[in-house]
Write a protein that binds this ligand. Structure first.
Ligand code: HEC
Ligand code: HEC
Ligand code: HEC
Ligand code: HEC
Ligand code: HEC
Length: 373
């Protein structure tokens, strides 16, 4: 169908131009032309999707044999994604076997008959979101690998504050933008029983889908687009200052002009302090967060700081309770979506405030000054 559109438009404009010349008027130029394939290719080549050196595409190079396992291939390999789509003739919605290393998110990953037809995505919670159109493919890879239900299942029938050696940290995985966008619709976070959570953050009609804000090929955001409605924006550096005048003081610091980003990240810091207090006082084993797998380590000198000699796999945190597991899972989500303040800040603030309230059942934690969205 789409192939028909341009020839038809061309005929339309030619006829329009002819008509205009005949009545002696100036012809306005037609709508901007679609970008050239060269320009698109250049933009793509500069994006993370094309970065052959990235750990996302080289992580398995030293394996013997050097293959990407089926469980990882969907998002870390062009072969894997094509198999997931069923474009290679296999069953859709699964990758049946390991695939060769050495591919990136290439043109064909998004431009093949199955990818173009695709309209839905299935998230780790099992939730299916339909009507996605051209961004259905984005949602399949930027959805993370866990959901709040993973925590429910891992901690089923376990007392909240008892250390259980069967437990270990559950990481939602990386750049989980699509899962954040849909929030409670896909149960991204651990959601506390009896509480209500927001789903999709609609923002505004023309800036709602991934590719309304991100260029599909460079993946970049054009700050001047945002500035049209958010005058505080001058360039990419101050997207984080965006705030609506009626946005509540979620973090209770009295500052009602700081960007929504800071409302969210201030609460994130408070949650970290609460997690450390709980590990210290309830479990009796201090904890720190380190910016590498598996993210949570013993604070061996109990100074509250992630010292270099503490951040290694051998010193990973092992004394998990169900309450600590759900708190750290929710904490990590905010780190795993660098665009979370835009994608769905209110959902992230909800799960963080509820996590602090949950920890406060065991130790004193001040939450009264916070405003839950
Ligand atoms: C087949 C899986 C896959 C699909 C489909 C996919 N992505 Fe990605 N995306 C990735 C991976 C893997 C990375 C990390 C790349 C890296 O490490 O260099 C990434 C990185 C990104 C980044 C980070 C910016 C950058 O340059 O690294 C953005 C933004 C992004 N993707 C947006 C999108 C959008 C929008 C879509 C849909 C148009 C999409 N992605 C479709 C797998 C995918
Ligand atoms: C649902 C899609 C998806 C699946 C399945 C998936 N990943 Fe990822 N992974 C991503 C995305 C998106 C990134 C973002 C990379 C980035 O940080 O730029 C990523 C990043 C990574 C990174 C790089 C982290 C870093 O520090 O940069 C590693 C390592 C990784 N994944 C390992 C795995 C392994 C191992 C598996 C299989 C057990 C797996 N992934 C399965 C989507 C996925
Ligand atoms: C991550 C998914 C993804 C990848 C990878 C990708 N594209 Fe696209 N492409 C899209 C989407 C989505 C659109 C729909 C229009 C838009 O939002 O720009 C599109 C549109 C296009 C168009 C039509 C542009 C227009 O203005 O109508 C062309 C041509 C194109 N892509 C070529 C390519 C080429 C060539 C590559 C590789 C160099 C590539 N694409 C890689 C997702 C992707
Ligand atoms: C309303 C605009 C908007 C929409 C819609 C949107 N994003 Fe974003 N996204 C952003 C902003 C803003 C950032 C943060 C960029 C920054 O801080 O530089 C971001 C960040 C990201 C990042 C991290 C980029 C990086 O460099 O690490 C990824 C990945 C991403 N978005 C993917 C997606 C995907 C996939 C979708 C659709 C499910 C989506 N986004 C929808 C605006 C949007
Ligand atoms: C057409 C006007 C328009 C454009 C363009 C636009 N926005 Fe918005 N934005 C709004 C409106 C209206 C809201 C309030 C929506 C709501 O009710 O939450 C909003 C809310 C936000 C918020 C939440 C602020 C808060 O205090 O709750 C962020 C963050 C944001 N926009 C970022 C962006 C970014 C980044 C871009 C560019 C990619 C962008 N916006 C483009 C109109 C726009």
């Amino acid at each position: 169908m789409k192939k028909l559109v341009w020839p038809l438009l061309l005929i339309f404009f030619l006829l329009g131009g002819l008509a205009a010349i005949m009545v002696g008027q100036v012809v306005l130029p037609p709508e901007p032309r679609p970008e050239s394939v060269e320009a698109i290719s250049e933009k793509w080549a500069s994006s993370g999707h094309a970065d052959q050196e990235s750990r996302s595409f080289t992580n398995w190079d030293e394996n013997d044999p050097p293959v990407v396992p089926a469980t990882c291939a969907k998002c870390h390999s062009a072969f894997g994604y094509l198999s997931y789509l069923g474009e290679d003739g296999s069953e859709p919605y699964s990758v049946d076997s390991e695939v060769p290393i050495g591919s990136v998110v290439s043109c064909y990953v998004c431009h093949n008959p199955s990818a173009h037809e695709k309209d839905e995505a299935i998230f780790p919670s099992g939730a299916e979101i339909t009507g996605l159109g051209e961004v259905a493919n984005c949602a399949e890879c930027h959805q993370g690998r866990q959901s709040g239900l993973s925590i429910v299942n891992a901690t089923m029938n376990m007392p909240d504050d008892e250390v259980n050696e069967d437990l270990s940290f559950i990481n939602v995985h990386y750049k989980v933008a699509a899962a954040t966008r849909y929030g409670s619709d896909v149960t991204l976070g651990y959601e506390f029983p009896g509480m209500d959570y927001v789903g999709f953050y609609p923002h505004v009609a023309d800036y709602q889908q991934c590719t309304d804000c991100h260029d599909a090929h460079s993946l970049g955001i054009t700050a001047t687009d945002c500035a049209a409605c958010h005058p505080m924006v001058s360039d990419l550096a101050n997207l984080r200052d965006i705030r609506m005048s009626d946005t509540p003081d979620f973090d209770g610091d009295g500052n009602t002009t700081e960007g929504l980003y800071y409302e969210m990240t201030n609460i994130h810091s408070m949650l970290y302090a609460a997690i450390q207090a709980y590990a210290d006082e309830v479990i009796g084993q201090p904890i720190v967060y380190g910016k590498q797998f598996p993210y949570w380590f013993n604070d061996t000198n109990a100074n509250g700081i992630a010292d270099e000699d503490e951040i290694n796999f051998g010193n990973r945190y092992v004394t998990w309770t169900p309450r600590l597991l759900r708190a750290t899972y929710n904490y990590q989500i905010v780190n795993m979506d660098p665009g979370g303040f835009m994608h769905n800040a209110r959902y992230l603030i909800q799960i963080m405030i509820d996590t602090m309230a949950d920890l406060s059942e065991t130790i004193p934690i001040e939450t009264a000054h916070l405003t839950r969205p």
